[in-house]
Design a protein around this ligand. Structure first.
Ligand code: NAP
Length: 253
């Protein structure tokens, strides 16, 4: 018997899909045959993505969702499950990444980072869990980071938020894995996106990053998509509560 990598016909939600990694993950899931509900704070920011997926023969629809709004998370997830009749895959990608030196961190900056990157991820997992536990099947993939397991200067709030994502992923795996749910995290290294372009376009910063990646290159969205599609497929049915690092060896040092 061969491992089954197919997600054909599965129903997926991707948060923060208007640009960057989320945009690419939605396209990858759709190309692999999933019906994808794409979400971001503004519905119109998703028009291009929905059209692109349709033009490539896939199926997608857009839902407005600010992951800081806990009530809205539940409403949107239930709406998707009702529109498609089920919910098989949730990719919690929405996140903020702007760095700040520890001494400059304000309460507002800290709260923003934690609200989106940690609290938002948890309540999306909870909303997904409510639906998936009932149907006895589900795959949740939380987009963490390599800096969930190592530190980076100016990353105090970001690293703390992503470390928290790893921990909540483990706990939810303990609670839900015997009931048909797999929940995992992926930990990318630096990926070139609108969120990182300004920093990665600065030669000194880019050189510092490359010096830390044994594989010798910045990551691509496709590198992350490979991990996410795998963790969304039956091939990973015994994989739960783990962090799959997509970091070119950064954290192996
Ligand atoms: P990005 O280009 O800045 O895109 C961020 C996405 O998150 C956008 O679609 C944005 O949508 C959405 N978002 C932000 N705040 C939101 C909110 N309150 N509610 C809903 N959606 C919100 O970021 P990225 O670089 O693709 O990063 C995506 C994820 O990968 C993040 O979790 C990030 O921490 C993680 N990651 C990135 C890298 C990297 O190097 N790029 C490395 C490791 C991990 P709207 O603004 O349209 O709502």
């Amino acid at each position: 018997m061969q491992p089954n990598f197919s997600i054909q016909g599965k129903v997926a939600i991707v948060t923060g899909a208007s640009k960057g990694i989320g945009y690419g993950l939605a396209k990858a899931l759709a190309a692999a045959g999933a019906k994808v509900a794409v979400t971001a704070r503004s519905r119109s920011s998703l028009d291009a993505l929905v059209a692109e997926i349709a033009a490539e023969g896939g199926e997608a629809s857009a839902y407005e969702l600010d992951v800081r709004d806990v009530a809205a998370i539940r409403t949107v997830f239930e709406q998707v499950a009702s529109d498609y009749g089920r919910l098989d895959i949730v990719v919690n990608n929405a996140g903020l990444g702007e760095g700040m030196a520890a001494l400059d961190v304000t309460e507002e900056y800290w709260d923003d980072m934690i609200d989106v990157n940690l609290k938002g991820v948890f309540f999306c997992c909870q909303a997904a869990g409510r639906i998936m536990l009932e149907q006895g099947y589900g795959k949740i993939v939380n987009v963490s980071s390599q800096v969930s397991v190592v530190g980076i200067p100016d990353g105090v709030a970001y690293c703390a938020s992503k470390g928290g994502v790893n921990q909540l992923t483990k706990v939810l795996a303990l609670e839900w894995s015997g009931r048909g749910i797999c929940i995992n995290a992926v930990g990318p290294t630096f990926i070139y996106t609108p969120g990182t372009a300004e920093r990665l376009d600065t030669p000194e910063f880019r050189d510092q990053v490359l010096a830390r990646i044994p594989a010798g290159r910045i990551g691509t969205i496709n590198d992350v998509a490979g991990a996410v599609v795998y963790l969304s497929s039956p091939a990973s049915d015994l994989v739960t509560g783990t962090l799959l690092l997509v970091d070119g060896g950064w954290t192996a040092q």
